[in-house]
Each structure stands twice: as structure tokens, then as C-alpha cells.
Design a binder for this molecule. Structure first.
Ligand SMILES: [Mn+2]
Length: 337
């Protein structure tokens, strides 16, 4: 049973509109797609209300994030305690501080996070060029330390310096993900500070678009499987930012970067994950899933929301032939399946 948890919050990023992401995913048929795959689901109320118009200054945005993130952790925890699988619909990527915090309540060392994104989201208050929380999520749930003073020239510096530890303390309590348990796939827009931070992330590993160009998704995935096994993790949280796809396929997002995955590369990744996480040979199971940064205001006729739903369907086992057709085909070929 999947819990669909909506997070209509977009104040973690510079471009507003992903607050409409959960609505777009619902309208384009996320739940009916799950039903068609035989997956049962349970709709839950949105974690946060859209109780503001337009834009808000960064200090107010931090306060708003501080309010909703502990509530998201509570919802995800509740879902996992009930033995269900949380599917968190964003909203911007800052929500992962809350969703991963929820997964951490079930154990820390046995959890790994797969960050499928054009961006690392590994800035700390002293390295972020913009002050936007959606670029700091991984640094947040791994509790990466802030080393330097935040530059005084930045108007939001003081507010972020004060808000950041409060956000983390109130959302994560004393939990954090082991620094070696993060894998990135699809990177192509990395800040200087984030690249430096990777060296402090233990065995965490990043596969960029160049790696995908060189060895293909299949090659990257094989390396990821070895990495995952070496972490010793038995639960995988997948955080899927739609901007990992090229803007040709996913224009409806806030921080689109060209040179991304093709539609088929994205699907092959989902299909390989599906096989791994459902295989009897694998000890790793899916802990939960974020689908973030769908921004209907930048979209063309809902195609990004539709792409995200199709990606989720592949992750949950949809194949081109379908299991039924596949076994028919094997029988036709003389096999006895
Ligand atoms: Mn991103």
C-alpha cells in the first residue's frame, strides 16, 4: 500500500510554481496509474496549506520551511510505522529533509539515498550562492557542518545562519544519514562548494551526465549496485527531481538545465531500479520515494507531470510488454514459463 503525501511548498527555490506540483500529478492520473498496475494507494491530505500569495522574502521562507518539515517527517514516519510506502509529491526539493528524516526514524545505518537530479543539493549556509533551501537538502539530512562564516554581504546570510540549525534540529531531532550513504545520478550543474563537499561525504559517489555518456545508464547502474552493496544498506530512499530529464522532455520545472537524460535513459534507470528492488537476490528494498520540482506554470500541457507519472509507473514494475504478455511471448518462443 502506497501513501500519497502532497507537499505543495515551493518557497525553497527561486522559481515559484511547484506548489502546484501535487495537483498536477493528481490531475494527470498518478493514482489511477498505480491502480492500473495493481498497486493499492491511500491518499492523504497535503502536509502544508498554500496560505500565501506570490513571493515571500527569504527569512519568511525559512520560517515556513521550519513549520512544514517536521510535519512531513511525522507523516512519513507514520506511513512507515503502518507498513506502507510513502510517495511524497513536491513541491520543491527542500522537502527531502523532512521525508528522509521520516525514513531515518526506522534506522540510520541501514538507509541509503539515491539522488536522481541535475543538481547535488549539497550546499551549506556558507557555500550556497543563493540562500535557497532546495539546494541544501542533502547537506541537511547528512548534517554536513557549516565551516566558514556566512558572508555578511548577503542580505539573507544572518537569517539563514539562524534558521538552518533550527530547521535541522526540529526536523531531524538527533538523526542523520551516514555521510557515505548518498549516491547521485544525472548531475550536470554543480556549484564549486558542492564539489568540494563531496570529499567530506565518505564513500558517497556521484555519477554525472558525462558518466552516463561514457558507459550508459546500464554501466552507471552496475557501478551503483556495487556501491549500494558496499554501504550495507537494506533500505533505499529514492529522491527523483524531474529536472534530471532534459528540458526537452521535462520543461515544467524551476531550474531546468540542458544536457539531461533522455526519456528512455530515465525509464531504463527506473526499470533497473525496479528489477533490483524486487529481486529475490537483492537484500535492498524501497524505503520511499520523492517526486519533486514539477512546476505546472513552466510546463507544456502537463507533459512533465505525465512524464513523472510514467517514470513512477516504470519504477513500480510497468514494462513495455507487461508481465502477462511477456510470459505469453516466452511460451510462444518455446520456453515453458
Ligand atoms: Mn534539481
Amino acid at each position: 500500500m502506497i501513501d500519497l503525501i502532497g507537499v505543495p511548498f515551493d518557497l525553497g527555490g527561486p522559481v515559484l510554481g511547484s506548489r502546484l506540483g501535487p495537483a498536477a500529478l493528481r490531475i494527470k492520473g498518478l493514482s489511477s496509474t498505480l491502480t492500473s498496475l495493481g498497486v493499492t494507494w491511500c491518499a492523504s491530505e497535503d502536509v502544508v496549506a498554500i496560505d500565501y500569495d506570490g513571493d515571500l522574502p527569504l527569512p519568511t521562507r525559512y520560517e515556513k520551511a521550519r513549520n512544514y518539515l517536521p510535519e512531513l517527517r511525522r507523516r512519513v514516519t507514520e506511513s512507515l510505522n503502518e507498513g506502507r510506502l510513502p510517495l511524497v509529491m513536491g513541491g520543491d526539493h527542500s522537502l527531502s529533509i523532512g521525508s528522509v528524516a521520516g525514513a531515518l526514524t526506522q534506522g540510520t545505518d541501514d538507509l541509503a539515498v539515491l539522488w536522481i537530479d541535475a543538481h547535488m543539493d549539497l550546499n551549506t549556509p556558507d557555500t550556497t550562492p543563493s540562500g535557497n533551501l532546495h539546494g541544501m537538502s542533502v547537506a541537511g539530512f547528512t548534517r554536513l557542518p557549516t565551516k566558514d562564516r556566512v558572508g555578511r554581504v548577503r542580505s539573507w546570510g544572518q537569517a539563514l545562519t539562524e534558521a538552518w540549525p533550527k530547521i535541522l534540529d526540529e526536523t531531524l531531532c538527533d538523526l542523520s544519514l551516514p555521510k557515505g550513504n548518498v549516491a547521485w545520478i544525472g548531475l550536470r550543474d554543480v556549484d564549486e562548494g558542492e564539489a568540494r563537499h563531496l570529499a567530506e561525504m565518505g564513500g558517497s559517489t556521484a555519477w554525472t551526465m558525462q558518466d552516463i555518456d561514457r558507459v550508459g545508464i546500464q554501466g552507471v547502474f552496475s557501478q551503483f549496485e556495487v556501491w549500494l552493496q558496499n554501504t550495507g544498506a537494506s533500505r533505499l530512499w529514492i529522491s527523483f527531481d524531474v529536472d534530471v530529464l532534459d528540458p526537452l522532455y521535462a520543461p515544467g520545472t524551476g531550474t531546468a538545465v540542458r544536457g539531461g537524460m533522455t526519456y528512455r535513459e530515465g525509464h531504463l534507470l527506473a526499470e533497473l531500479l525496479s528489477q533490483l528492488l524486487s529481486s529475490e537476490k537483492s537484500a535492498v528494498r524501497l524505503a520511499g520515494l520523492d517526486v519533486v520540482e514539477v512546476n505546472p506554470l513552466n510546463d507544456h500541457q502537463g507533459e512533465t507531470a505525465r512524464m513523472a507519472i510514467e517514470w513512477v509507473a516504470s519504477l513500480f514494475g510497468k514494462t513495455i510488454m507487461g508481465d502477462h504478455l511477456t510470459s505469453q511471448k516466452i511460451r510462444r518462443m518455446g520456453g515453458d514459463a
